[in-house]
Design a protein around this ligand. Sequence first.
Ligand code: PRP
Length: 212
Amino acid sequence: MSQRLRIALTKGRLQDKSVELFEKMGLDCTPIRHPGRRLIHSVPNYPLDAVLAKAPDVITYVEHGVCDLGIVGKDTILEKGGAFYEVLDLGFGRCRFALAVKEGTDFYATYKTRRVASKYPAVTRAFFERKGMDVDIIKIEGSVELAPILGLADGIVDIVETGATLKENGLTPIEDVAQVSARLIVNTASMKLHKQEILDFIQQCQANLSGT
Ligand code: PRP
């Protein structure tokens, strides 16, 4: 009998796209589509249980091996890092990290240390380290666009999808930091212990990716 796999899905937008992909693969996702307050759901016609979690927790569960697989954004992977295999770019959840400033301001005009606000301090630090530039990073938990508007920061590093949030708040992207999309990740021990089941699952995901 084949081993039942457990996958951690990032709640929200990536969850919906993951379910669309699974349904293309022929998985009955009724329990995941109607979760109620339950957080773990068995797929009735495939040896897979799905756990719904916040993005950083998806990585934590996969790293610790309590989930064999996970679907999480590259943004979270870049910020949190961790020891796991990143096996597939799923192509959905596409957006980018960008450095953005108030329209009409020149981020590079001064020699003073710039302040940059972000929900992603590690990504921001790595970006400016690559440039050899010393900046003060201020961690913000959400609606980071407020920081330059309120005068707390000279710029932000944030996720840009359509660009509407920046535009509506008088900000403009000046540089791309990294491209982002959803990734399938695998626990390193699971990959050895349940190799065939996991390779089959990856292959089925891959075969159903286009147009997701
Ligand atoms: C993200 C991001 C931007 C917005 C970008 O925020 O932080 O604010 O989406 O999308 P857009 O380019 O399509 O306008 P999210 O909705 O995740 O909430 P948050 O601001 O609380 O992080």
